[in-house]
Design a protein around this ligand. Structure first.
Ligand code: PHE
Length: 379
C-alpha cells in the first residue's frame, strides 16, 4: 500500500514529541529497588523492613518527592531462599533500571546481592546486615547499622558485666556467615574479658532438632549459652533446652528479633536476652513520633529494629540523592559515602571510610511475651 502523505509528517511529529518531552515537567518516577524476604523462613525480617521502607517512601512522596520526582519503590521477594536475591536484584537493575537498591536484612542475602550491585555500579544500602564482609564487597555497598565486630563486643560485655558469666557454650549456625562472624567476635571479647568458652556446638540453617548439641551443653557445666542465629532456630533451641531441664541464661544477637521468637518459643524464651539496634520504648521525640506514624500506617503494629532501619535507609538515600542533584550511579555513590550526622530513628548515622555506621546497641529481654528494654551500650 502506498501512503504518500505520511512519510513527511512522521519526522515532524517526532520533533514535536521531543520538544514537549523537553519542556514538560518530568512526570517519570525515581525508581528504588527493594529486595526482601517477604515470605519463607525469615519472612518476619522482610515484612518488617518493608513496612518501614514503604512508610519512608510514602512520607517523602507526600512532601513532594525527591529531586522534583516521586519515588517508586519496586519490591521483590526472595522467599528467604539462597540464590533468589541474585535473581531478583539482576531483574531490578536490568529490567526496572532502579537508581539504587535497598536490602537485605540478613547478611547472607546481602552478600549474595552485593557483587551484582557493585558490578553494575548501582549503590546498594543494606539497612541491617551486620556481617563485616558485606560492605567489603565494594565501594557501592553501604549499610546504615553497626557491624558484628561491635555487636559481638556488646554481648560479651553484657555476658560478663550484667549476667556475670565465667563459662559459656556457643551454638553457631555454620551455614550462616552472620552466625559464624558474630560467634567469633563474641568469643574473642568474652575471652579477652577473662571468660572461658567451654564448649562450641554447631548447627545449620533449617535444622529442627538440637537435642544432641544441648545434651553436650548440659554436661559441660557452663553458666550460659550464646546463640548467634536467626529467630526460628533460636526459639527452637530455647524450647528444647528447657525441655531438657537446662535453666541457664540463653542470649543472642539481632537475628532473634521477630514476634515469631515468642510464637515458637513460648514460655521457653522468657528471660532470654538479645542485642539489637533500637527499642520502640525509647522516649526520644524522634522515636516516639516514628512509632506513632508507623502504628497509624500499619494497623497498630509496633515497629521493630528492621522497620526503623528500613525507614532510615530510605531517608539517608533521599538525602544523598538530593545532595547528588541527580541519579547517576557514581554521583549518588559519592553523595552516599559523604553521609554525615544524619539524625534518624535509629540514632545519628555517619558513614565511615568503609561505608559502615557506628551506633549504640540496645539489649532487650522477653518479659510476659513482650520485648523489654534492658540496657543501651555505646560504641
Ligand atoms: N543483622 C542480621 C544479619 O546481618 C539481620 C538482622 C538485623 C536481624 C536486624 C534482625 C534485626 O544477618
Amino acid at each position: 500500500m502506498i501512503r504518500p502523505s505520511l512519510p513527511p509528517l512522521r519526522p515532524f511529529l517526532a520533533l514535536i514529541a521531543a520538544f514537549l518531552a523537553g519542556c514538560a515537567p518530568r512526570s517519570d518516577t525515581l525508581r528504588i529497588g527493594e529486595y526482601a524476604s517477604l515470605t519463607g523462613k525469615e519472612a518476619a525480617f522482610g515484612q518488617s523492613s518493608h513496612k518501614g521502607t514503604l512508610l519512608a517512601v510514602e512520607e517523602l512522596n507526600a512532601a513532594g518527592g525527591v529531586l522534583g520526582r516521586q519515588l517508586e519503590l519496586i519490591t521483590e521477594d526472595n522467599q528467604s531462599k539462597p540464590g533468589e536475591s541474585a535473581t531478583v536484584v539482576k531483574k531490578l537493575i536490568s529490567r526496572d533500571k532502579v537508581v539504587a537498591l535497598v536490602g537485605e536484612v540478613a547478611s547472607p542475602r546481602s552478600l549474595e546481592a552485593a557483587p551484582i550491585a557493585q558490578q553494575a555500579k548501582i549503590p546498594l544500602i543494606s539497612p541491617s546486615s551486620t556481617n563485616a564482609a558485606v560492605t567489603e564487597i565494594g565501594n557501592y555497598i553501604f549499610r546504615v547499622c553497626f557491624i558484628d565486630p561491635f555487636q559481638g563486643v556488646v554481648m560479651a560485655k553484657f555476658a560478663r558485666e550484667h549476667l556475670k558469666l565465667n563459662r559459656v557454650a556457643l551454638l553457631t549456625s555454620v551455614s550462616s556467615a552472620y552466625s559464624v562472624g558474630l560467634a567469633r567476635y563474641f568469643k574473642e571479647e568474652f575471652v579477652r574479658r577473662g571468660g572461658i568458652v567451654t564448649l562450641e556446638q554447631k548447627y545449620s540453617e533449617g535444622d529442627k532438632d538440637f537435642k544432641a548439641q544441648l545434651t553436650a551443653v548440659k554436661a559441660a557445666g557452663v553458666q550460659g549459652i550464646f546463640v548467634p542465629g536467626y529467630y526460628t532456630e533460636a526459639a527452637l533451641i530455647c524450647k528444647q533446652a528447657r525441655d531438657l531441664g537446662i535453666a541457664l541464661p540463653i542470649f543472642g544477637g539481632d537475628g532473634w528479633e521477630a514476634p515469631q521468637l515468642m510464637e515458637i518459643g513460648g514460655a521457653a524464651v522468657e528471660g532470654t536476652y538479645y542485642s539489637t539496634h533500637y527499642s520502640p520504648e525509647d522516649q526520644s521525640p524522634a522515636v516516639v513520633a516514628f512509632v506513632n506514624r508507623f502504628k497509624q500506617r500499619w494497623n497498630g503494629e509496633v515497629p521493630d529494629a528492621m522497620a526503623a532501619l528500613g525507614y532510615d535507609s530510605i531517608m539517608i538515600l533521599a538525602a544523598a540523592l538530593q545532595r547528588a542533584g541527580g541519579t547517576e550511579g557514581s554521583r549518588l555513590r559519592d553523595a552516599l559515602a559523604a553521609t554525615q550526622g544524619h539524625a534518624g530513628v535509629t540514632g545519628v548515622t555517619t558513614l565511615d571510610a568503609q561505608r559502615n555506621a557506628s551506633k549504640a546497641a540496645v539489649v532487650l529481654t522477653v518479659k510476659d511475651g513482650q520485648f523489654k528494654f534492658v540496657t543501651r551500650i555505646e560504641p
